[in-house]
Design a protein around this ligand. Structure first.
Ligand code: GLU
Length: 497
C-alpha cells in the first residue's frame, strides 16, 4: 500500500471521466440514494467514462452485511451496472472501505508527520464544556485548537491517565473556494470549519478521511452527490491538499438538489414513500423508476417525460441539472410506469407479471396456468399502472370456489340487476362460438338496443357476477377467457342468489 502513498494519482480533468457511487449502507436503499446512483451512472455512460461503486462501511456499528447486499441488489435490479466495485473488482480495489483501513491509517500517520494533522487528547466532556462556553459567548461552536500545541507536561499527564488520542486535521486560517458544477462558486470561511477528526481514538477512520483518500486514489474526476454533503467539501479539499494533490487535479463537485415531498419538506418516510423495496413490491418497473428519478432535478431540455434508459444516457449532462429542489410527484411516476408497462412485449410483460401472481398465490405456476395468463395479459396491459394490480384482476380466472364478495352481492341482488342477468343468460346460452366479438354483439343488442340500458349499468351487473368485482379486465374479453361453461355457471349462481 505504501507505494500508493508516495505517488498519489492525478485526478486531472481531461483524463477519462471517473465517477463514483459510494453509499454508507446504514439502512434499506431509498429514493434519494438511487437518484444519486442514477445520475453518476448516466453521466459515466453518457461520456463513455467509468462508474465506480464503492461501499463506505467504516462505521460497522451502523452498516450491516444485509444493507450492503440490499444496495448491491438494488443497483442490479435498476440495471445500473458498474465498471469497478463489489463482485466485479477493478484496478483500485478493494472497493469496501472496511478492507482499506491500513491505507487510511498510513495517510493519517503521514499527515501527522507533515504537520497537517495532530493528536488531540481532549476528552468528550471537556469538548462539550468548551462548546457550551463558546455558545454562551456567541462564538461559532467547534474545536478550539487546544491540542495544536501540547506542552510536554500536559502530554505526560494525558498519557499517564491512559487517554487515547484522536487524530485531528489542522485547518489553516482563511477560506476554501471551489466551483460547484451545479451551484457555481462556493466559499467556506474557515472560522466555521474547525479542525476536524480524521481518526477516532479506537483507530477507525472517519468519513472525511476515507472518502477523500479513496476519491484521490481511485482517480475520481467528478463527485455527483446530494446537497447535504456540500458543507463537508472544504474538509475533503483540505485532505487533498495534505495528500499533495494539485488544485487543478481536484475532482469537480456537483451537488444535486434535494428531493422534496408534496409538502415541500425534504422527502422522507414521513411525507412520502422513500423505500425502493416498496416501489418494487408495488410493481414499478426499474426503467420507470429510473426514468422518473432522472427527472428529479434534471431535464432533457425539452418537455419529453418518457425516456428509455438509452435516451437518458444519450442526453444526460450535468449542465442540465437544476440547482432548485425537485418535488416528488407520485402521479407522474405512476403515469410513466403505466407507459412503460404498455410498451412491454407480451413475453416481457409475462416475465414481470409471474412473480406477482405466484407470490399472491393466484397461480401455482403450471404450464396451463401460464398459458392462460399469457392470453389474458393483452387485455389488461392498457388498464394497469402497477404490476401489483395484476393478481386481483386475474384472480377470477383461477379461483377454485368462486363466489361474489359479500359487499358486491348487494349490487346485483336488486330487481333490475336480476333482470339483466336473466336476459344475459338466455342470450348467451345459445351461442355456438364463444368469443369476444359474438358475446359483445349479442349482449349489446339485447341490453343496450332492446332494453335501452346504459352500458355502465348493464355490464356492471354481469361483470360482478362473473369476476366477483366491479373492477376487472374488459368484460367481453373476460367472458371469452373464462370460457362458456364457467361463465354460465357463475351467471346462474348470481341469479339464484
Ligand atoms: N458515503 C456517503 C453517504 O452515504 C456519501 C459520500 C459522498 O458521496 O461523498 O452519505
Amino acid at each position: 500500500m505504501t507505494n500508493q502513498i508516495t505517488a498519489p494519482f492525478s485526478t486531472a480533468t481531461g483524463k477519462d471521466i471517473r465517477v463514483r457511487f459510494c453509499p454508507s449502507p446504514t439502512g434499506t436503499p431509498h429514493v434519494g440514494l438511487v437518484r444519486t446512483a442514477l445520475f453518476n451512472w448516466a453521466y459515466a455512460r453518457h461520456t463513455g467514462g467509468t462508474f465506480i461503486f464503492r461501499i463506505e462501511d467504516t462505521d460497522r456499528s451502523r452498516v450491516t452485511d444485509e444493507y450492503i447486499a440490499a444496495a448491491i441488489d438494488t443497483l442490479k435490479w435498476l440495471g445500473l451496472n458498474w465498471d469497478e466495485g463489489p463482485e466485479v473488482g477493478g484496478p483500485h480495489g478493494p472497493y469496501l472501505q472496511s478492507q482499506r483501513l491500513d491505507i487510511y491509517a498510513e495517510w493519517a500517520a503521514r499527515f501527522i508527520e507533515q504537520g497537517d494533522a495532530y493528536y488531540c487528547y481532549c476528552a468528550p466532556e471537556e469538548l462539550e464544556a468548551r462548546r457550551e462556553a463558546q455558545k454562551e459567548s456567541g462564538q461559532a461552536p467547534g474545536y478550539d485548537g487546544k491540542c495544536r500545541s501540547i506542552s510536554e507536561t500536559d502530554l505526560a499527564r494525558y498519557q499517564s491517565e491512559g487517554r487515547e488520542p484522536v487524530i485531528r486535521m489542522r485547518m489553516p486560517e482563511g477560506s476554501t473556494t471551489f466551483t460547484d458544477v451545479i451551484r457555481g462558486d462556493c466559499t467556506f470561511d474557515h472560522n466555521f470549519v474547525p479542525d476536524f477528526v480524521l481518526v477516532r481514538a479506537d483507530g477507525s477512520p472517519l468519513y472525511t478521511l476515507a472518502v477523500a483518500v479513496d476519491d484521490v486514489l481511485m482517480e475520481v474526476t467528478h463527485i455527483l452527490r446530494g446537497e447535504d454533503l456540500l458543507s463537508s467539501t472544504p474538509r475533503q479539499i483540505r485532505v487533498y491538499q495534505a495528500m499533495g494533490v494539485k488544485e487543478a487535479d481536484y475532482p469537480l463537485f456537483a451537488h444535486l438538489p434535494f428531493v422534496m415531498g408534496a409538502d415541500n419538506a425534504k422527502l422522507s418516510k414521513r411525507n412520502g414513500e422513500t423505500s425502493i423495496a416498496w416501489y418494487r413490491e408495488q410493481g414499478f418497473l426499474p426503467e420507470a423508476l429510473c426514468n422518473y428519478l432522472a427527472l428529479l432535478g434534471w431535464s432533457p431540455g425539452d418537455d419529453r417525460e418518457n425516456l428509455t434508459l438509452a435516451e437518458l444516457t444519450e442526453l444526460f449532462t450535468i449542465e442540465r441539472v437544476n440547482s432548485n429542489p425537485a418535488r416528488f410527484d407520485m402521479k407522474k411516476l405512476e403515469a410513466i410506469n403505466g407507459d412503460k408497462i404498455r410498451a412491454l412485449t407480451i413475453d416481457k410483460f409475462l416475465e414481470w407479471s409471474l412473480p406477482f401472481l405466484l407470490k399472491s398465490k393466484v397461480i401455482s405456476g403450471t404450464e396451463a396456468e401460464i398459458a392462460v395468463v399469457k392470453s389474458a395479459l393483452p387485455i389488461i396491459q392498457e388498464r394497469i399502472i402497477k404490476l401489483s394490480e395484476i393478481p386481483p384482476m386475474l384472480n377470477f380466472l383461477f379461483v377454485k370456489d368462486f363466489s361474489v364478495a359479500e359487499d358486491e352481492v348487494s349490487k346485483i341482488s336488486d330487481e333490475a340487476s336480476q333482470k339483466i342477468l336473466v336476459t344475459t343468460l338466455s342470450k348467451v346460452e345459445g351461442l355456438d362460438t364463444w368469443n369476444t366479438k359474438e358475446i359483445e354483439e349479442v349482449l349489446r343488442g339485447a341490453l343496450i338496443d332492446e332494453m335501452g340500458l346504459k352500458p355502465r349499468v348493464a355490464f356492471s351487473a354481469i361483470r360482478i357476477a362473473v369476476t366477483g368485482s366491479h373492477i376487472s379486465p374488459p368484460l367481453f374479453e373476460s367472458l371469452e377467457l373464462l370460457g362458456k361453461e364457467r361463465s354460465l355457471a357463475r351467471i346462474k349462481a348470481a341469479i339464484s342468489k
